[in-house]
Design a protein around this ligand. Structure first.
Ligand code: ASP
Length: 454
């Protein structure tokens, strides 16, 4: 590799401290004469500010080696909206300066109706008034642009600040329209980086911690992608699956929970999990059809993945096809079992804590009983979409505990409960809430061992 492009936040630094080893790696690459570019999605700082921060942290870099979406914002406005456009800018002072330096003019907030474009960056003074102005302007026909959709900004102490994406999503939700993304994973900044290094994509690598921004974007323009995952990665489930499977790659995927097109479901999952890492998991997926010699497929598989859909349908089909005792025996003998959603519900003793409707009039609710606790997938403590006065999940789980004694494990979207040798650990990117009969529920973060028996 003749050149390397480094992401900054979470890769070279977190907040105001260098990532351990980053300074040494960068100095080494430089001493070997390799070209370097720093490519950040930062929506609040231009190249000079980022370069000054690098210098302050002891990393040698020139301003032309740093790229942020603000560097090309003026040009993107030229092509997508027109030169000398009137722009409503929601974000920091450097975002506003980038608009003006790009030859465009700023519209004050109360005159948002005059804006031909709205640019939304991370805004530490974001307010309801700004949300109103931006979303009304976009809904009224102004072009909608953002430096990035990154939901979080990693800071020191393993913490985060809400990212530009969090604010953009608020505007997008109110306006009912999606923005044009100026920064990663879109190609222009990667192409500019290669241009500045005078290298072809085949001669350079992108090093980043975000699969969504850095890795996807790099692969799109033909760069080699290096995923920095200090704690096993933040986004994407592929690495959790691979970590759980060990050396195994041949996995039977069960589509029986789907009341729709099972083949289409299988194809969709196979294209994601079959793709090579880091985007996929590089698995060889076998389609286990509940109504077409399922036991033969299961016999060939090294692991089992039970997909989602309607939990009642899934249990009914597993029962009808005689698969329940067969799966139970395989898992007891050591075959790894992965369940998503309905597939996780059936891993418990019963499916009584599913969110689904019993659309197939199932008579019995006993499931695989691979673990002793029940699961409530997609758990949400509060849901703004619910009508006032609706029963919450917590209300329903409390009712469950009037009649049943085993714990219920509520999995927020993105959370994983990993069970191994009787130990249950929280994994993934979201929290787990545990409900035990007669006790206050407890919240648990990824990495914690859970106080339930498997
Ligand atoms: N319908 C869910 C699924 O995706 C299961 C559930 O919410 O209980 O499989």
């Amino acid at each position: 590799m003749r050149g390397f492009i480094f992401d900054l936040d979470g890769c070279v630094w977190t907040g105001d401290v260098l990532v351990p080893g980053a300074g040494e790696v960068l100095a080494l690459l430089r001493s070997q004469g390799r070209a370097l570019t720093f490519l950040t999605n930062n929506s609040r700082a231009r190249a000079a500010t980022m370069q000054a921060k690098l210098e302050r942290l002891g990393v040698q870099a020139s301003v032309s080696e740093v790229l942020t979406p603000l560097e090309i914002l003026g040009r993107v406005l030229d092509t997508h909206v027109g030169t000398t456009s009137r722009v409503l800018a929601i974000g920091g002072p450097e975002l506003e300066a980038a608009v003006v330096d790009g030859g465009h003019s700023l519209v004050p907030m109360d005159r948002y109706r005059e804006a031909r474009a709205v640019v939304v960056g991370n805004d530490f003074d974001f307010s309801y008034a700004r949300l109103t102005a931006a979303s009304r302007a976009v809904a009224g026909g102004a072009a909608f642009l953002t430096p990035n959709l990154d939901p979080r900004l990693p800071v020191e102490g393993d913490d985060f600040l809400p990212g530009c994406g969090a604010i953009v999503e608020a505007v997008a939700a109110a306006a009912g329209l999606r923005p044009l993304v100026v920064g990663k994973p879109e190609p222009p900044l990667f192409e500019l980086a290669l241009d500045r290094m005078r290298l072809a994509a085949a001669d350079a690598a992108m090093v980043g911690d975000s699969v969504d921004s850095d890795i996807r974007g790099a692969l799109r323009v033909g760069l080699t992608a290096v995923h920095l995952a200090p704690k096993g990665g933040h986004d994407g489930v592929a690495h959790y699956i691979l970590d759980f499977l060990g050396e195994r790659r041949r996995v039977a995927f069960v589509t029986a929970a789907s009341l729709h097109d099972e083949d289409a479901y299988f194809t969709r999952v196979a294209s994601v999990l079959g793709a090579p890492p880091p985007e996929g998991a590089g698995l060889e997926l076998l389609h286990l059809r509940w109504n077409d010699r399922p036991q033969l497929v299961l016999a060939r598989a090294e692991a089992l993945f039970m997909g989602g859909g309607n939990t009642y349908t899934l249990l009914k089909r597993l029962r009808e096809s005689g698969l329940l005792p067969v799966i139970r025996a395989r898992v007891e003998a050591g075959t790894p079992y992965i369940g998503a959603s309905a597939g996780s519900n059936v891993a418990g003793p019963t499916i009584l804590t599913t969110n689904d409707w019993n659309v197939v009039a199932l008579e019995g609710f006993d499931a695989l009983g691979l673990v002793a606790f029940n699961i409530n997938p997609h758990y949400k403590e509060t849901d703004p979409a619910m009508a006032p006065g609706s029963e919450t999940r917590d209300d329903r789980i409390r009712e469950y505990h009037v009649v049943n004694a085993n714990p219920v494990v509520g999995l927020e979207e993105g959370a994983i409960a990993r069970v191994e040798a009787g130990i249950v650990t929280a994994r993934g990117t979201a929290r787990i809430k545990i409900f035990r009969r007669g006790q206050e529920p407890t919240w648990h973060q990824p990495g914690e061992q859970l106080p339930v028996e498997a």
